[in-house]
Design a binder for this molecule. Structure first.
Ligand code: SF4
Length: 435
């Protein structure tokens, strides 16, 4: 029997204790991992040196994983490692040793799809939980029950699962369910696309997806010669180059549905984006953290605050939608014409130190700014304040006309107290205005 969406208790009362879902964020590298945890993630997933999709991400070394686990423990957070490729024969050597090493450095779980990786982990690294990757495209409760009976404590559902599917799965199988709530979607059925393989010889299922669906294409109508033989070149359908189209999809964003998500019993809310910036991770994690905590604190009087959505939009570089949660996406959910790739805010720098006596902060630069730029100070508690930069100094106290060099350490006078790991951001400036 399928469950109708209206049956989802949108705001049952506080009479019963709601389970607190995990907020799971991407950790593209050690710095992004720290930022995601500092801004509110309960757990972070990363890629290790082997077996991870996202071969272009800054995958972690074992030493970095050790540091990541130590940092996470300080916040009571967990680190998961994606080991979710489908292995070819040449990938098999070394799997057991790799999994033992992950267990030894304190990784809490691997996210795996290939049965050989799942089976090996259970045999050689019993303290390592195995979470079934979304790459297995699990969509129904019988399949979830199968994986539970195989000994997996958690299943990451396919992005194609609907809210009704999830509710039914949670009602029928007592196993942890992790679902994507935010981030990029694949315009093919997730993980079942070979566009990248054909066009760039980069294998999507071994982490090499070149996002070929997001390229710009020109449309040609097939043309044939008199005998009916197809010609190599077709007839351009649009002479105007601006009509080039893409095949990418809009990004998923479920922050407006946190009550339903929590009431459905989803155990882990996953944010996609190991390749995205640390500003993106911190901003999205912050917004979901606020929404989740607010709902759990007082479900009956919960209201989505517009500022949480504003935060999401500060980091978003694509239009957003609700993926497959409430309907199968149609044409409206795809991006057929050029995307606006620029998020409205730029990450300007990160606070390293603050001296309350002088009001001066030591800041590491990330993007260009200059005296006169309005900076917003963003923290795990939200926007602290905005200020206009009056002057910029280098570490030796010399005045600079602009902050031009990424990672340069600078001193700025702050108009209010700040803390290490606060972010400074500014409205996006086009290259023309950076003089
Ligand atoms: S090319 Fe696009 S549709 Fe294909 S796997 Fe990559 S993201 Fe998905």
């Amino acid at each position: 029997m399928s469950i109708r969406l209206e049956e989802a208790p949108a705001a049952a009362s506080a009479k019963r204790k709601l389970a607190r879902p995990e907020l799971l964020a991407p950790g593209g590298n050690l710095e992004k991992l720290k930022m995601a945890i500092h801004y509110g993630a309960d757990a972070v997933y990363i890629g290790g040196p082997r077996y991870s999709l996202r071969s272009n991400a800054d995958n972690f070394t074992m030493e970095e994983m050790r540091q990541a686990v130590k940092f996470a423990e300080g916040y009571g957070a967990k680190v998961f490692v994606a080991a979710n490729i489908y292995a070819h024969n040449e990938d098999l050597a070394g799997i057991a040793d790799y999994l033992r090493e992950l267990e030894a450095v304190g990784i809490a779980a691997i996210i795996a799809a290939d049965p050989i990786i799942i089976d090996t982990a259970m045999k050689v690294a019993p303290k390592l939980e195995v979470h079934l990757s979304t790459q297995q495209s699990t969509l129904n409760w019988e399949a979830v029950r199968y994986w539970k009976e195989e000994g997996l404590p958690r299943v990451v559902l396919a992005r194609e699962a609907s809210m009704a599917d999830i509710i039914e799965i949670k009602q029928k199988v007592d196993v942890e369910i992790e679902a994507f709530v935010h981030g990029a979607m694949c315009s093919s059925f997730s993980g079942r696309c070979v566009l990248s393989n054909h066009l760039t010889d980069r294998d999507s299922n071994r982490g090499g997806c070149s996002q070929s669906c997001r390229w710009k294409y020109d449309l040609y109508q097939a043309a044939a010669d008199e005998s009916g033989q197809l010609l190599a070149e077709g007839v351009p359908l649009f002479a105007d180059e601006e009509e080039s189209f893409t095949m990418g999809s809009k990004d998923l964003c479920m922050i407006e549905h946190i009550p339903q998500i929590i009431e459905a019993g989803i155990d882990s809310l996953k944010i996609e984006g190991r390749m995205k910036s640390m500003h993106y991770a911190a901003t999205v994690v912050y917004a979901y953290r606020q929404a989740i905590d607010s709902y759990l604190a007082d479900p009956d009087n919960y209201k989505l605050k517009p500022e949480w959505l504003e935060e999401i939009h500060k980091a978003a570089n694509r239009p957003l939608n609700e993926g497959f949660f409430f309907q199968v996406p149609g044409a409206k959910e795809h991006i057929y014409h050029e995307e606006d790739k620029q998020a409205p805010y730029d990450f300007a720098g990160i606070v390293l130190e603050y001296d309350a006596a002088t009001g001066m902060a030591l800041v590491e630069q990330r993007n260009y700014f200059k005296p006169g730029t309005e900076l917003e100070v963003f923290s795990p508690d939200g926007v602290r304040f905005r200020q206009t930069v009056d002057a910029i100094y280098d570490e030796e106290g010399n005045t600079l006309d602009a902050a031009r060099h990424p990672l340069q350490k600078l001193r700025l006078r702050m108009e209010g107290p700040v803390q290490p790991m606060d972010m400074l951001r500014k409205k996006f400036m086009s290259k023309k205005s950076k003089k």
